[in-house]
Ligand binder design. Structure first.
Ligand code: FE2
Length: 315
C-alpha cells in the first residue's frame, strides 16, 4: 500500500484501538505441528509464508522478528522453506539509499540465526527511488544508479531476477513481480508465466499483491463509502487473465500474497488464494483492525491439495 494510506491507517488504528478476535487462530507456543495437518493426506513439504515484515529499527520490530525466526527454527517438524512475499523493509520509495541499505542490514542481522532458506518476491515498498521530487535527480538515478527501481532489492536479497521459479519435492514454486506493470505482470512476465504453467507439476505462486482476495474489498469498506469502491482495488489488475490461465493449465493449486495486511483465504475454480496478513500488522504500531501480527504454515500434499494454519506469533 502507498505511504499516504499507511500513515492514515496508523493514526486511525491507534486512535480507535483494536479488539483481537480471530477464529481458527493458532497460538505459536502450542503449535509444534509434528504431523501433517490432515492425517489422511501425504505431505510433500511444509512451508512458512511470511509477508510485509516492513523491517525498521525499533524494538517492536526487532523483538518480533527474532521471535518469528526462533519459533520457526525451533519447530520439531519445521518448514523446509520460507516464502517472503515482499515489503521486506519498511520503505525504500523516495528514501536515502544509505537509510534503505541500513534497513537491509538489519533484515539480515535479524535473520542471521535462521537456517531455513528464504525465497522472495518484491513488494511495492522494496522499490528504491532517491529522496527527491526533482525530476532530473530521479532521471539521473534511473540512468546511472544500479539500485534504482528493483536494483536494490535484487542485489540485497541476492535474487537473480524480478520473477523466477524453482522446484522442490514435486511442487513448482513461481515467484511473481506484482509491479511488472504496477499491480499487474505485464506482457513479458505473463508470457514467461505461460511457459512455466505448461507443466505436469502442481504449482504454488507467490506475489506481493493478491490476485484474488476479499481482503482489499473489506479493507476499503472499512475506510470508504462502499459506493466509491471499484474492482480490482488493491488486487492484481490482470486477475481475470491470470484466473483464465490457471483454469486452462490446471496445475496452479495455491497463490500466496500479502500487501493488504488483512488475512483471508479464497478458493476459486480449484485454486486456493491465501493473503497472509502482515508480520508487522499495523507497520509495527499496534494491531491493524482485527488482524494481529501473523505468518502462515502450509502443508503442500502430494495430491495437489494444501492445508494452512495462521500463526499469531505474539500470543
Ligand atoms: Fe505492506
Amino acid at each position: 500500500m502507498k505511504n499516504s494510506r499507511r500513515n492514515f491507517l496508523q493514526k486511525s488504528a491507534i486512535a480507535a484501538g483494536s479488539t483481537l478476535l480471530f477464529p481458527n487462530a493458532v497460538g505459536a507456543h502450542n503449535t509444534i505441528l509434528k504431523e501433517p495437518f490432515d492425517q489422511k493426506k501425504k505431505r510433500a513439504l511444509r512451508i512458512a509464508h511470511i509477508t510485509d515484515c516492513h523491517v525498521i529499527d525499533n524494538a517492536a520490530c526487532i523483538n518480533s522478528m527474532k521471535r518469528v525466526y526462533e519459533q520457526l527454527n525451533a519447530m520439531e517438524d519445521k518448514p523446509e522453506i520460507i516464502i517472503n512475499s515482499g515489503d521486506i523493509i519498511m520503505d525504500a520509495n523516495y528514501k536515502d539509499l544509505n537509510h534503505a541499505n541500513k534497513l537491509w542490514d538489519l533484515w539480515f542481522d535479524l535473520s542471521k540465526d535462521n537456517d531455513i532458506p528464504i525465497h522472495y518476491c518484491p513488494g511495492n515498498h522494496d522499490y528504491w527511488w532517491p529522496e527527491s521530487n526533482d525530476k532530473n535527480v530521479l532521471e539521473k538515478a534511473k540512468a546511472e544508479n544500479p539500485n534504482y527501481d528493483l536494483g536494490l532489492y535484487l542485489s540485497r536479497s541476492k535474487t537473480a531476477a524480478p520473477y523466477y521459479s524453482f522446484e522442490k519435492k514435486g511442487w513448482k514454486f513461481i515467484s511473481l513481480n506484482s509491479m511488472g506493470s504496477w499491480y499487474g505482470l505485464g506482457d513479458v512476465q505473463t508470457n514467461w508465466l505461460i511457459s512455466e504453467l505448461n507443466t505436469n507439476t502442481f504449482s504454488c505462486l507467490f506475489s506481493h499483491v493478491p490476485i484474488i482476495s476479499v481482503a482489499p474489498l473489506l479493507y476499503s469498506v472499512n475506510r470508504s463509502d462502499p459506493k466509491e469502491i471499484r474492482y480490482p482495488g488493491d488486487q492484481h489488475k490482470d486477475a481475470k487473465a491470470l484466473k483464465d490461465l490457471f483454469y486452462k493449465f490446471n496445475k496452479v493449486k495455491l497463490c500466496l500474497s500479502g500487501h493488504i495486511h488483512y488475512i483471508d483465504a479464497v478458493e476459486y475454480l480449484g485454486v486456493k488464494y491465501i493473503c497472509s496478513g502482515a508480520a508487522s500488522s499495523n507497520w509495527w504500531e499496534g494491531v491493524l483492525d482485527e488482524f494481529p501480527n501473523a505468518y502462515t504454515l502450509i502443508d503442500l500434499n502430494t495430491d495437489g491439495t494444501t492445508e494452512h494454519k495462521y500463526v499469531f506469533y505474539s500470543e
